[in-house]
Write a protein that binds this ligand. Structure first.
Ligand code: NFE
Length: 523
């Protein structure tokens, strides 16, 4: 048995340490996911006005900030007893947040994971005329090409075809420019990005002008062209090139998948562009988010928390026990009725399939499964990319509807009756963030926040063992992973990054007076 440690897992958000045991045949037999930061963010909210939570929780992350703001606004709205919003508010929330999904998806593929599969050093032989690729060739020849070069030596799965590598690296650079455009789309309707300032309890604060809508539409069209003609073909061609990787079961995890439902399609938020549902052991067992919510608990046996911090998110806490015996991570272990559950694009795709949702992207995903693609690392990339098509189609509809409503004289973007929180009560907000199911839980007492809970997508995926010894989804996906060379555990980082973990979201940190909480040794 050999212990292999990857610490930190780079090219993700935040600090994650992965530890695995590899047997004599080069196969992973056990795994531990260790989130090396703590999140004290919820504590900041206690004693504050519940409406502050929209803007405080957004600061958890620079990528899915609007999703947190929205979940937080929903929690306060539900505490008021409403899920009804003005139609324009629904459409604008959908567009503000979905534009950030268009920013997020290429970011993950090109900048956080495609390089896992490429031998970028072959660009030293580049003979074309693209000035950017020539610049990168220069950097490679001068040994100065980080972060483009992979962390570990290329292996049998690494693509070293010069044409393919040139294409992906060139599009890596293009994607940087496109991301800025997607972010601008979101900022046009929300004041600014990455931390939007329009979504508040009761609706949104900004009705866009016709000039802003036109600019949004123009940028949207550019993003659709990029997704159709560059991003999607790049992801699917990579998936095909890596068919061996898929058929060898690399990264297949639990067949448990959860979606809370994303982007409401009606005013009371009961039908969704991305449908809700829960699959356990491959079977769809529930479709009602309100029932799913009641059966979520966080286990803290292996997290650095007081035992009393576990349980349902309405009653959980954030009190650290850094000397707890057996603990190895700052992540709690969310469970549905005791089951670890994968969340994210693959989970949404599996739920949509199980619910019989009809869309060409789902059909294409089905075709890939029928051709033998397993639900592992490459399937997560394929699902994430194909979902972009579903989002673009929905955005096109929302944009048309927004323009039609405004042209008919509708200006109602906020319901002031739902601005003031109740003196006491509690509510939850469940949505889909890019990385999966996101929930906020808010308890209000004497007009102020008495407790606040956030169970974010990465907390589900990166969760540790629970009281029953059941390992978390990423830990599970690592079991069986081939590691032919323990000094170059490429497949481990490929699997982990296919989940697109964001540790900043999962386990944020506060360091009062810069007091050192942990010392990290970079290996
Ligand atoms: Ni920091 Fe996030 C998303 C949320 S994390 S990116 O998507 O919520 O899991």
């Amino acid at each position: 048995m050999t212990r292999v440690i990857v610490d930190p897992v780079t090219r993700i958000e935040g600090h994650l340490k992965i530890e695995v045991e590899v047997d004599a045949n080069g196969i992973v037999t056990d795994a531990w996911a260790n989130s090396t930061m703590a999140r004290g963010l919820e504590k900041l909210l206690i004693g504050r006005d519940p409406r502050d939570a929209v803007y405080v929780t957004e600061r958890v992350c620079g990528v899915c900030a609007g999703s947190h703001g929205w979940a937080s606004a929903m929690a306060v709205e539900r505490a008021q007893g409403t899920t009804q919003l003005p139609e324009l508010a629904r459409l604008l929330r959908n567009l503000i947040v979905s534009a950030m999904w268009l920013h997020d998806k290429p970011l993950h593929f090109y900048h956080l994971s495609a390089l896992d599969y490429l031998d970028v050093a072959v660009l030293a032989n580049y003979n074309g005329s693209d000035p950017y690729l020539l610049k990168i060739k220069d950097l490679i020849l001068n040994n100065d090409a980080a972060p483009l070069l992979p962390r570990y030596a290329p292996d049998v799965y690494s693509i070293n075809d010069l044409n393919l590598v040139s294409r992906y690296v060139s599009n890596y650079l293009t994607a940087l420019l496109k991301q800025a455009k997607a972010k601008k789309m979101s900022a046009l309707f929300s004041g600014k990005q990455p931390h939007q300032s329009s979504i508040v309890p009761g609706g949104v604060t900004q009705l866009p002008t016709s000039a802003q809508i036109s600019e949004f539409r123009m940028l949207f069209q550019e993003m659709v062209d990029f997704i159709d003609n560059v991003y999607l073909p790049d992801v699917l061609d990579l998936a095909n090139a890596l068919w061996d990787l898929t058929s060898s079961n690399v990264g297949v995890g639990y067949q448990n998948y959860l979606s809370f439902g994303g982007f409401p399609e009606d005013a009371d938020g009961t039908s969704f562009a991305l449908v809700p549902g829960l699959i356990i052991d491959g079977t769809l067992v529930e479709t009602d988010p309100a029932i799913i919510e009641q059966n979520i608990n966080e286990d803290v046996k292996y997290g650095y928390y007081l035992d009393s911090d576990g349980g349902h998110p309405f009653t959980g806490g954030q009190n650290f026990d850094l000397d707890k015996a057996g603990a190895y991570t700052f992540s709690k272990a969310p469970r549905y009725n005791g089951n670890p559950v994968e969340v994210g694009p693959l989970a949404r795709m599996m739920v949509a399939r199980a619910r019989g949702v009809s869309h060409p992207a789902i059909q294409q995903f089905n075709d890939l499964l029928n051709q033998g693609m397993t639900t592992g690392a490459v399937a997560r990339h394929a699902a994430r990319a194909l979902e972009a098509k579903m989002i673009c189609d929905a955005m096109s509809r929302w944009l048309d509807e927004l323009e039609t409503r405004i042209s008919q004289g509708d200006t109602e973007i906020h319901d002031t009756a739902h601005w003031d929180p109740p003196a006491s009560g509690q509510g939850y907000g469940l949505i889909e963030a890019p990385r999966g199911a996101l929930g906020h839980w808010c308890v209000i007492s004497d007009q102020f926040t008495a407790n606040y809970g956030m169970v974010v997508p990465t907390t589900w995926n990166v969760s540790p063992r629970d009281t029953n010894g059941v390992i978390g989804p990423i830990e599970k996906a690592l079991i069986g992973c081939p590691v032919p060379d323990v000094n170059n555990p490429n497949n481990i980082v490929r699997i982990v990054r296919s989940f697109d973990p964001c540790i900043a979201c999962a386990v944020h940190i506060i360091q009062p007076k810069q007091k050192k909480i942990m010392h990290l040794q970079i290996q």
